[in-house]
Design a protein around this ligand. Structure first.
Ligand code: TYM
Length: 329
C-alpha cells in the first residue's frame, strides 16, 4: 500500500441499479481513482437481508461488476470484488456484533425503520444487523473515506462509533472512517414522488430510471415525471422539489451547471425542459449501455477473481490482528 488515502464503497445487488446509484455514488468513485487507493465491492451479503432469487442474484452480481467497469472504474487502478468471496467481512461483522455494536445504535437507524415499517418483529435479524456488516466492510481495509449517497451517511457514522469503541477496548486496531457525500446529486428523488428517494427496489418502475432501461422507455419516464405548480425553470428545492430533482439529474449527466440551465430555459416551460432532459438521459444510456454490452461475463468474473485475491490479502492481515486482540484463533 502507498501513502495514498484508502476509500471503500459498495452497492448491494438487490435490484436494477438506477441513475441515482450512478449519480450519487459511482460517478464520484470514478473521479477518485488516481488520488486514492480505491476498493469497490459488490456487497452481495447485504442483498440477502431480504428474500432474493438465487439465479437473479448471481446475474445481478455480474451486472453490477460490468456497471462498475462501464462507468469507468478501472481494475488496474482499483480493487473490484464480490463481498462473499472474502469471508473476513462476515467474520469481522460477528466480532463487531459482540465488541463494538450496541442494540441502541441499531435501533436508531432510519433505513431499518423505513424498510421494516410496522413489521419490525417479522423481518430478518440480518436487516436489523446489516449496518454492522457495513461497518465491517469499511473498517477491514483501514478505510479513511467512504463515498456514498446521502442515505448511507448514518451508517458510516455508526461505523465510526463502532471502530472507536473497539479501539477503546482493544487498542488502535482500526482507522476511523469518514463519509464523503457529493454537494449535488447525493439524493436523487423518485420521478413520480419528489419526497421519496429513487430506489432500485421501487415497486413502481415509473419512478426510477435503471441504468439498463431501454433508452426510449427512459425518455418516456422523463416526459411523464411529475412537475410542480408554476412554469418557470428555476432551482427551488422548497417550492419546486420535482423540478429541482430534474435539474439535478440534467446537470449531473450533462455536466452543465444548474445556473446555466436556468439561463438557457428562461422564458421556456416544463415541456421544453423535459424534452431536452429526456434527450440527455437517452444519450447517456445509449453510450453507457454500449460500454456495458462490450464486457463479457468471463471478463467480469476474471476481474472479480483478481479483486478477491487483492482484497483477501488486506482483509486477512487485519483479521489476524483482530483475532489476536480479541483472544480467539
Ligand atoms: P445501496 O446499494 O442502496 O446504494 C449504493 C450507493 O448508491 C447511493 N444511492 C443514491 N445516491 C443518490 N440518489 C439516490 N436515489 C440513491 N440511491 C442509492 C447510496 O447512497 C450508496 O452510496 N449499505 C449500502 C451498501 C454498502 C456499503 C458498504 C456502502 C454495504 N457496505 C460499505 C459503502 C461502504 C447500500 O445499501 O447501498
Amino acid at each position: 500500500m502507498t501513502s495514498k488515502k484508502t476509500i471503500f464503497s459498495g452497492i448491494k445487488p438487490s435490484g436494477d441499479l438506477t441513475i441515482g446509484n450512478y449519480i450519487g455514488a459511482i460517478s464520484q468513485w470514478v473521479t477518485m481513482q488516481d488520488e486514492y487507493n480505491c476498493i469497490f465491492s459488490v456487497v452481495d451479503y447485504h442483498a440477502i437481508t431480504v428474500k432474493q432469487n438465487p439465479t437473479d442474484l448471481r446475474r445481478r452480481i455480474l451486472d453490477i461488476t460490468k456497471i462498475y467497469l462501464a462507468s469507468g472504474i478501472n481494475s488496474k487502478k482499483s480493487i473490484i470484488f464480490q463481498q462473499s468471496a472474502v469471508p473476513a467481512h462476515t467474520e469481522l461483522a460477528w466480532v463487531l456484533n459482540c465488541c463494538g455494536a450496541y442494540m441502541a445504535d441499531l435501533k436508531k437507524m432510519t433505513q431499518f425503520k423505513d424498510k421494516a415499517g410496522d413489521k419490525q418483529d417479522s423481518v430478518s435479524v440480518g436487516l436489523f444487523d446489516y449496518p454492522v456488516l457495513m461497518a465491517a466492510d469499511i473498517i477491514l481495509y483501514d478505510t479513511q473515506i467512504v463515498p456514498v449517497g446521502d442515505d448511507q451517511k448514518q451508517h458510516v457514522e455508526l461505523a465510526r462509533d463502532i471502530a472507536k469503541r473497539f479501539n477503546n477496548q482493544y487498542g488502535p486496531v482500526f482507522t476511523i472512517p469518514e463519509a464523503m457525500v457529493k454537494k449535488e446529486g447525493a439524493r436523487i428523488m423518485s420521478l413520480n414522488d419528489p419526497s421519496k428517494k429513487m430506489a432500485k427496489s421501487d415497486e413502481n418502475p415509473a419512478g426510477a430510471i435503471a441504468l439498463l432501461d431501454e433508452p426510449e422507455i427512459a425518455r418516456k419516464k422523463i416526459m411523464k415525471a411529475v412537475t410542480d405548480s408554476g412554469s418557470e425553470i428555476i432551482y427551488d428545492q422548497k417550492n419546486k422539489p420535482a423540478l429541482a430533482n430534474l435539474l439535478t439529474i440534467h446537470s449531473s449527466l450533462s455536466g452543465e451547471s444548474i445556473k446555466s440551465l436556468e439561463k438557457k430555459f428562461t422564458g421556456k416551460g416544463y415541456g421544453d425542459f423535459k424534452k431536452e432532459l429526456a434527450e440527455v438521459v437517452a444519450v447517456f444510456l445509449i453510450d453507457f449501455q454500449k460500454k456495458f454490452n462490450k464486457i463479457s461475463d468471463v471478463d467480469a468474473k476474471k476481474i472479480l477473481e483478481k479483486g478477491r485475491k487483492q482484497a483477501t490479502k488486506i482483509a486477512e492481515e487485519k483479521m489476524g490482528k483482530v483475532r489476536g486482540v480479541v483472544g480467539v484463533r
